[in-house]
Write a protein that binds this ligand. Structure first.
Ligand code: CP3
Length: 342
């Protein structure tokens, strides 16, 4: 197997940095849109055969150094009892937002755990299909705080006002919700690892709204619990991603994760220097990919040069590929990074 990604995630020397890209399977690919035109997003992630096929699409087309399972972070929220729908152009929608202690009775972690086997089937099938390509498979979940944000707000929110009101009026309700999410997520992570995923990533997309102190109260302990709850510690490297992560990096470094995935505001070499025992992943601003080839070469060159002295670097974007991006740009980027040091 191509071990560049796993070696870098384990903070070992690699001949060149591995590259994979968040949202590498998705709407920017015509192959994805062809399947999507016939199925809803939810039915695609619930179908292991389709999920495996879509996971492989970017590997077949562009040859990234790792695959990420085609799924969504909101699978755990749905299994817990959230009535999840995706509406075109609006993103996720929960029809039964959880906003009071009484609402919590709609959620059940124990029955929820039994509803996620479709993801384990997708992971196992994908692993089988990936043997021909020889790249590792990354499984993932949402961090409890980010999942709580969707369950409480009911949709993507610019400021998490509803959740924050609840955090500062009835913190015990929020902690109860975070406990339920953490419980199902530990099972979920172990289920994916048992199905064969080679690495695991935790997405805390909405942590950027938290102060330092509140991240320590409402997010970090739950991420730590998930990582500490892995049955086979150290067997698969764990990455933690947070948007707006430059300020939170010192706290993320105490999460127990092996890899810090950082956005483009972070000074990646400085963070690597501060936490030499951890690997770092990131952190090209995805909008640069709208630029000319010369611009992309310049910006990618700067990042590669800045990270050259360090082991344990995984090339990625600071956030996901946008749906309107040109697949040829993605091909160019992958080749550019993979020719580095050759
Ligand atoms: O990265 C990958 O290629 C793997 C698959 C993946 C998806 N979502 C597929 C997806 C992963 C790792 C995610 C994670 C995810 N999902 C996050 C964390 C990462 C981040 O982006 O910050 C979040 C917050 C979600 C929740 C979610 N799912 C939203 C907000 C949306 C709508 C976004 C939009 O642009 O419409 C989704 C839908 C979604 N998840 C799509 C894909 C390919 C688009 C679905 C479609 O075809 O309509």
């Amino acid at each position: 197997m191509n071990s560049l990604y796993l070696n870098a995630a384990n903070n070992q020397e690699t001949q060149r940095p591995p590259i994979w890209l968040m949202r590498q399977a998705g709407r920017y690919m015509p192959e994805y849109r062809a399947i999507r035109s016939k199925h809803s997003f939810m039915s695609m992630i619930h179908n292991p055969t389709l999920a495996a096929e879509i996971t492989l699409q970017p590997i077949q087309a562009f040859g990234m150094d790792a695959a990420i399972l085609f799924s969504d972070i909101l699978t755990t929220a749905e299994a817990l009892g959230g009535h999840l729908e995706f509406h075109e152009g609006r993103g996720p929608l929960f029809k039964n937002p959880i906003r009071t202690a009484a609402d919590l009775s709609q959620l059940n972690a124990q029955t929820g755990k039994k509803k996620l086997s479709y993801v384990y089937e997708a992971a196992a099938l994908t692993k089988q299909k990936l043997t021909d390509f020889g790249v590792p498979l990354i499984g993932f979940c949402g961090a409890p705080f980010t999942i709580a944000a969707y369950l409480v707000e009911g949709q993507s929110s610019p400021d998490l006002k509803t959740l924050k009101k609840l955090m500062f009026t009835e913190p015990e309700v929020v902690h109860h919700l975070l406990d339920l999410i953490t419980d199902i997520t530990i099972d979920y992570a172990n289920g994916q690892l048992a199905a064969g995923v080679d690495a695991f990533q935790i997405f805390d997309t909405w942590a950027l709204h938290l102060s330092w102190d509140d991240f320590k109260t409402f997010s970090l302990p739950y991420i730590q619990k998930i990582i500490a709850g892995l049955k086979n510690p150290g067997a698969a490297p764990v990455t933690v991603f947070a948007r707006g992560s430059s300020g939170l990096a010192p706290l993320l470094a105490t999460s127990g994760a092996n890899v810090l995935s950082l956005d483009w505001q972070s000074n990646l070499p400085e963070i690597k220097k501060a936490y030499p025992h951890l690997a770092v992943q990131g952190n090209l601003d995805p909008h640069i990919l709208y630029g000319s080839k010369a611009m992309i070469e310049q910006k990618v060159g700067l990042l590669l040069a800045a990270m050259k002295p360090y082991k344990g670097f995984i090339f990625n974007l600071g956030h996901g590929i946008m749906p309107d991006m040109d697949p040829e740009t993605i091909r160019f980027l992958v080749k550019l990074v993979q020719s580095h040091g050759a």
